[in-house]
Design a protein around this ligand. Structure first.
Ligand code: CTP
Length: 130
């Protein structure tokens, strides 16, 4: 039976933590759909414009072997619509969001994956700035 996994994120300044999260998400099913947060949503979520535009971030994520489909995530509140629209069986989030999406357990399976330690977009930007 086909199993669709969906996940969401900004994936700005793409790094190995992003890659491992997507590879592990893909291994939970046979089709991985990734919602890449829009530039506007990132300002709302993280208070800054991403380094790479939504078009560039989507192009990078979409080119990965483990990713089947990408779309731009316009709003956090639309998660339910996206899950239904893509007929997702599993919602994967990093454990920085642990517990925050449990309400979607009525829609699909919800899995929180452990983050790769000691790397984040914010840290990479800080390191380059030094
Ligand atoms: N992620 C991960 N391991 C990391 C960093 C991110 O597994 N070291 C996961 C997040 O949990 C999320 C996805 O990658 O599911 C996209 O994360 P995103 O917020 O875009 O990346 P961060 O590096 O956390 O960005 P920032 O520093 O701007 O918060």
């Amino acid at each position: 039976m086909s199993k669709t996994v969906i996940t969401f994120g900004t994936f700005d300044v793409f790094h190995v933590g992003h890659l491992r999260l997507l590879q592990r998400a893909a291994s939970l099913g046979n089709r991985l759909v990734v919602g890449v947060s829009s530039d506007a949503l990132n300002i709302e979520k993280k208070g800054r414009l991403p380094v790479y535009s939504e078009a560039e971030r989507t192009e990078i994520v979409g080119s990965l072997r483990c990713v089947d489909t990408t779309f731009i995530e316009e709003s956090l509140a639309k998660k339910g619509e996206y899950i239904a629209g893509f007929k997702a069986d599993v919602l994967v989030m990093g454990d920085d969001w642990e517990g925050k999406f449990d309400a979607y357990r009525d829609n699909c399976e919800v899995v929180y994956l452990q983050r790769t330690p000691a790397i984040s977009t914010t840290e990479v930007i800080e390191k380059i700035r030094l």
